[in-house]
Design a protein around this ligand. Structure first.
Ligand SMILES: C[S@@+](CC[C@H](N)C(=O)[O-])C[C@H]1O[C@@H](n2cnc3c(N)ncnc32)[C@H](O)[C@@H]1O
Length: 492
């Protein structure tokens, strides 16, 4: 490599790093790899989502056509299910059509059950929306405070509560506020904070971290932060492959692969891997434990395939670690049933269970990656998390089901402990675990990449500016910066 080309890379790195939204930049293999700054302006990104939700729920009020969560029209089926089941906006990412109401009801019932298991009484819900959870949880709570960044959403919910005449409405308090604005609530006040199906709208790790830290602040010791319906970053290729396949059924394999690559790189939702939460629990001293579970549901759909629920337990409080529960590799459903019958009351972690909600999606994404036709759909092998719950119920056992660091597999831990016992170490990440910031994407990546490229090109006229790639992490220290220092030294 010549001194000239090294200097070129170093200069590009140095210039890119002066962009206000860039933490660090490294030129590698002809690409500028950029790590975004945590303080990158997020206001406009959040404001765009707020406008979308204001429009969605304004549509609710006048019953005209409305926008869905991904910005597509949903045909104005605003509140067909009544105020308690307003699933407007819940459209399929694959087809853009509304997700069937019975699938949404199942999703909601499972979420409500999961949160009820936390014994909520003094609750804060962040991003309450139309109140899908509130209508079911608030009647049994001593106090239910809820916020949403969309004032229209809050106004609608307030008027629906008022006109419903429910006696518990006086225990519900609503306020328009962003997820990061929980500072008005007193420290250590709530026993449960709920953030369900909201994280995908956050602009990045920095914002997410602030939301989690502030939610922990308002929780009492022993309190639970339920962060539900997170989209799994580790399954992003499978998710976008399914979207692209559905929307472009006659695309040739090479075209499909290009579409998937572009959709992965420019994905505009915030996705978090389960590892994100394990790392968060290790990084934040207030967190005593983390419980990550797959969603229940009898249908295979994007809600059951790609999303998971998390509970962060605030310390100091006793939390039961599942490390050390005896392990058994999965050998088939009949074998599992026989083993559970043979060992009544014994605790057991069954590992490597093939997840039926994922097997076809993984095979399809792998084929598209190889530039091949996706395999035809066939009779699915494996089990759903729901099958394991039903099996446990039949046998009078309790089970918790989590994903696995091995794609397409899950672990089921059969427990003898009561439901309310707080758990940790259910999900087992690959060790050593990288920091949380490495397990999250950057939803504004495409936009930032374009800004940085233009920024560098304007400041280094005449030079060939490489493509920009947004990454979560970069090795320390950068060779480029060292080389620039050497070069500057040799120039002076
Ligand atoms: C998909 S809906 C979920 C509503 C409700 N949590 C549920 O589970 O049915 C997402 C909600 O989060 C709200 N939201 C999105 N980003 C937010 C933010 N940064 N701060 C506060 N609310 C937000 C939206 O206005 C919307 O009502």
């Amino acid at each position: 490599m010549t001194v000239q080309s090294v200097a070129g890379d170093a200069e590009i790195e140095a210039v890119a790093t002066t962009h206000p939204q860039v933490e660090r930049a490294v030129v590698s293999d002809g690409v500028i790899q950029v790590m975004p700054a945590d303080t990158a302006p997020q206001t406009e990104f959040v404001a765009q989502w707020r406008r979308l939700y204001d429009d969605l729920y304004a549509g609710d009020a006048d019953d005209s056509g409305t926008a869905s969560f991904d910005g597509r029209p949903d045909g104005g089926a605003a509140s067909a299910g009544g105020p308690m089941s307003d699933f407007s906006g819940w459209t399929s990412s694959y087809t853009g059509e509304l997700i069937p109401a019975e699938q949404m009801e199942e999703w909601r019932a499972a979420t409500v059950e999961r949160i009820r298991g936390l014994r909520p009484s003094r609750v804060l819900e962040i991003g309450v929306g139309s109140g899908l959870l509130l209508w079911h949880l608030a009647p049994d709570c001593a106090e239910y405070r809820a916020t949403d960044f969309s004032p229209v959403t809050i106004a609608n919910l307030r008027s629906r509560l008022k006109s419903s005449g429910v006696p518990w409405a006086s225990r519900v308090h609503l306020r328009a506020a962003e997820a990061v604005e929980t500072d008005r609530f007193p420290e250590g006040y709530f026993d449960t904070v709920i953030i369900n199906s909201v994280t995908m709208h956050f602009p990045g790790h920095g914002y997410m971290r602030r939301v989690v830290e502030q939610a922990l602040r308002v929780l009492a010791p022993g309190g639970r932060l339920f962060i539900g319906d997170n989209r799994d970053l580790s399954l992003l290729p499978e998710f976008v492959t399914e979207i692209q396949r559905t929307q472009h059924p006659s695309a040739a394999p090479a075209e499909l692969r290009d579409r998937v690559d572009q959709a992965v790189a420019g994905h505009e939702w915030l996705l978090l891997a389960p590892e994100y939460f394990v790392a968060t629990a290790r990084e934040l001293p207030d967190v005593a434990g983390v419980d990550i579970q797959l969603k229940r549901g009898s249908q295979v759909n994007e809600l059951t395939s790609f999303r998971f629920d998390v509970v962060l337990h605030k310390g100091p409080a006793p939390v039961r670690s599942l490390t050390g529960v005896p392990r058994l590799p999965f050998a088939g459903r009949p074998e599992l049933t026989a083993e559970l019958v043979r060992r009544p009351g014994e605790e057991l972690r069954v590992t490597g269970i093939p997840n039926r909600a994922l097997l076809r999606l993984l095979a399809s994404a792998a084929a598209v990656r190889r530039g091949e036709e996706p395999p035809p759909a066939q009779e699915e092998a494996g089990l759903l998390p729901e099958d394991l719950h039903l099996l446990a119920e039949q046998l009078g056992r309790r089970v918790v089901v989590t994903g696995s660091a091995q794609p397409g597999e899950m672990d089921a831990v059969f427990l003898s402990a009561p439901e309310e016992e707080p758990l940790t170490d259910l999900y087992e990440p690959r060790e050593p675990l990288e920091p949380a910031s490495h397990h999250v994407n950057y939803p504004q990546a495409a936009e930032l990449a374009e800004h940085v490229r233009r920024f560098v090109a304007e400041r280094l006229p005449g030079s060939d500016v490489p493509a920009v790639e947004i990454v979560n992490a970069l090795p320390q220290p950068t060779d480029g910066l060292r080389n620039l220092e050497e070069l500057n030294g040799s120039r002076s």
